[in-house]
Design a protein around this ligand. Structure first.
Ligand code: COA
Length: 251
């Protein structure tokens, strides 16, 4: 039985962690399959966005505590986190339920995130004698030092509403409105030029790592490049002609 499923819905690849009886714990098998599905979806030209979700009551219960947890340096979960974080297509997190430990890491690695308001989150690692290790690279960036300190040291559970306040997820909605909320996000993303959306994501990822001077230099070069692009030519033509640009009209 596969641990992860992928299906196309229009121009979005939906990737579902599918071991609900184990609360989608991050076993080697599940992580390996997730990695494969991400590679396939990100390489496919027809895929405009990826939706990452879980089957059953949980999004993901984190490290597989029944197989001894996480082993030495060779760690495919790091590849998954990096792939999501740097992916050239928007990753939409559809957080259907509880996200614990590494599961919260996956949430943090998504770009645009909607959660069921019943979902509960926790950096529960200290409670089993370990730490939120690799996921801290993304989670401290998303939550900030102050909130991360509290949550990492206490392992305290927090609600989807709190996750919104903390900037971990964008929206919390009733579980029966989750699909509609995801479709809204997809519809918004389709209004942007695919190349522009990709570059906008890079902007958010890179700017915090650059000095003010480097940031201005890089972005000034980038905007000139984008204004000279085929996509922007179409966007500006569409504006003048009072019509939808090709990429938005298609959807
Ligand atoms: N690794 C392996 N198996 C796990 C798991 C994990 N991280 N999380 C849950 N499971 C298994 C349970 O052992 C149980 O299996 P069983 O039916 O054979 O007993 C099954 O999934 C259902 O778990 P259960 O705890 O009954 O589900 P729940 O819906 O009541 O609670 C959680 C969901 C996520 C709150 C709870 O499972 C949990 O706290 N899991 C551990 C999370 C954790 O600490 N992760 C950090 C690891 S560093």
């Amino acid at each position: 039985m596969p641990a992860v499923r992928q299906e196309m819905r229009g121009d979005a690849a939906w990737i579902t962690l599918d071991q609900p009886e184990r609360r989608n714990a991050l076993s080697d098998a599940l992580v390996g399959e997730l990695r494969q599905h991400l590679a396939t979806a990100l390489a496919a030209p027809e895929v405009r966005a990826v939706v990452l979700t879980g089957a059953g009551p949980a999004f993901s219960a984190g490290a597989d505590l029944k197989s001894g947890g996480i082993g030495a340096a060779d760690n495919p979960f790091v590849e998954v986190l990096k792939t999501l974080w740097e992916a050239p297509k928007p990753i939409i997190g559809r957080i259907n339920g509880h996200a614990f430990g590494g599961g919260v890491g996956l949430v943090a690695a998504c770009d645009l995130t909607v959660a069921a308001d019943s979902a509960v989150f926790a950096f529960s690692e200290v409670r089993v004698g370990v730490i939120p290790a690799m996921i801290s690279v993304l989670c401290v960036r998303k939550l900030g030092v102050q909130a991360a300190m509290w949550l990492f040291l206490t392992g305290e559970r927090f609600s989807a509403a709190r996750a919104v306040e903390l900037g971990l997820v964008h929206r919390a909605v009733p579980a029966d409105g989750l699909d509609a909320a995801v479709e809204e996000v997809l519809a918004l993303v389709r209004l942007g030029g695919p190349n522009a959306v990709r570059e906008a994501k890079q902007l958010v990822r890179r700017i915090p790592e650059l000095s003010v001077e480097e940031g201005f230099r890089w972005t000034a070069a980038k905007i000139a490049e984008l204004f000279a692009s085929e996509e922007a030519a179409e966007g500006m033509r569409a504006f003048v002609e009072k019509r939808q640009p090709r990429w938005a009209a298609k959807s």
